[in-house]
Every structure is written in C-alpha cells, then in structure tokens.
Design a protein around this ligand. Structure first.
Ligand SMILES: CC(C)(COP(=O)(O)OP(=O)(O)OC[C@H]1O[C@@H](n2cnc3c(N)ncnc32)[C@H](O)[C@@H]1OP(=O)(O)O)[C@@H](O)C(=O)NCCC(=O)NCCS
Length: 178
C-alpha cells in the first residue's frame, strides 16, 4: 500500500457507520464496559477535532476527541483510536494522533488525556498521569492513564473524577446558588 493513497479528513456524520464497525472490529463488545466509553457516554465527541483515514472510498482508521473535565481542569479525551487490521503498522495510527493533537492545539485546548499503552503513546508525547491524581468512573489500570499538556499548568488543575465536560457543567449549575 502506498501511504500517499491514504487521505486524512475531519470526521462527518457520514463516517459514523464505518467508524462504529472499525471500533467493533478493534475492541469487540468489551468496549462498552470500558471507563473511557462510560465517560464518552456523557455527551458528544468533537467532530471538528476527530479524524478519519480514507483509502479508496473506505474509512480505514478513526480517532475521536471528546471534551472532559476533572475538578477545575479541562482536557480532551483521545479515543477510540483504531486502524483496520489490513492497514496496521503503516504509520496511520501515529499520523491520526498527530493530526488530532495539532487540531487540539490550534483550537486552544489545554491538554489531551487517554487510557492506553504507554509503549505506543509515550513516543508520541504522552506521559503517565501521577497515580491518584485522577479517578475514572470504572476500574482502569492507573498506569495506562496518559496525558499530554498543551497549556502550561493545565494538568495540575486536572484532578479528581474524570467526566464528560458537559456533565461537569450540569453539576456546576446545580451547585451554583439560584
Ligand atoms: C494501536 C493501533 C491504533 C496502532 O495503529 P497502527 O496504524 O497500526 O500503528 P502505527 O503504524 O502508527 O505504529 C506502529 C508501531 O506501533 C507499535 N504498536 C502498535 N500497537 C502497539 C501497542 N499497543 N503498544 C505498543 N506498541 C504498539 C507497532 O509494533 C509498531 O512499532 P514499530 O514502528 O516499532 O514497528 C492499531 O494497532 C489498532 O487499531 N489496534 C486495535 C485498537 C487499539 O488497541 N487501539 C488503541 C487503544 S489504546
């Protein structure tokens, strides 16, 4: 496969069915039980910061970013990231992560967080979040919570239980005096 035959585009609703299929293939039914899935259930992902890789007429890989909150901190949750098996190990996953990070930075987002393998994401700039700094709505291996800070100090504010940013807004409204 020639890498020049792959194009990278912002995601649109027309890609949804193929992305669902790719995620099902990559993660199986277990994906619904994951902590990150639970967080993403709290609200929509950011279409303009989510990207697909296209080969011919087909979506062959996808990455999504979703706005999240923990305490006073705000960030984007990266994932799911998945590449169709026939297109693995061609640099497509790395490229999608780079495109998403670039878009997040240009959009003025403070940080990107994910639950994933450090050996893969470490070389892409992600570091472990110190143990105990954040918790997830479902059990997760704390060594796999990784982050990349974009705005200085953003990660220090990102503390406590992670939820979808829309969920945090609702909680803030219900706490503020009428
Ligand atoms: C993980 C995944 C997204 C990588 O995408 P990809 O396009 O195949 O990967 P790239 O071509 O960008 O990078 C390939 C390199 O990453 C390595 N790699 C792939 N998955 C890895 C992992 N889980 N841990 C460590 N290294 C990994 C490969 O061995 C390869 O190493 P090399 O460059 O030294 O040969 C893809 O394999 C996939 O969809 N997997 C199933 C879903 C998944 O696990 N998603 C990640 C959720 S955390």
């Amino acid at each position: 496969m020639n890498p020049a035959d792959v194009t990278y585009l912002p995601e649109t609703p027309a890609h949804d069915a193929e992305i669902e299929h790719i995620n099902e293939e990559a993660f199986g039914p277990g994906r619904f039980a994951r902590a990150a899935y639970k967080i993403r259930e709290g609200g929509p992902h950011e279409r303009t910061l989510s990207f697909v890789a296209i080969h011919g007429d087909n979506v062959i890989a996808s990455v999504r970013l979703t706005r999240i909150a923990a305490g006073e901190g705000r960030a984007l949750l990266l994932g799911p990231l998945a590449v169709r098996p026939a297109f693995k190990n061609l640099g497509i996953g790395r490229r999608l992560v780079a495109i998403a990070l670039d878009a997040a930075e240009k959009a003025g987002q403070p940080a990107v967080v994910l639950v994933g393998d450090e050996p893969y994401y470490g070389p892409l700039g992600f570091k472990r979040v110190p143990r105990g700094q954040v918790s997830m709505p479902r059990p997760v291996d704390l060594e796999r919570i990784l982050a990349m800070e974009i705005a200085s100090g953003a990660l220090a504010r990102f503390k406590g239980e992670v939820c979808h940013a829309d969920h945090a807004k609702i909680a803030e409204r219900s706490l503020s005096p009428a």
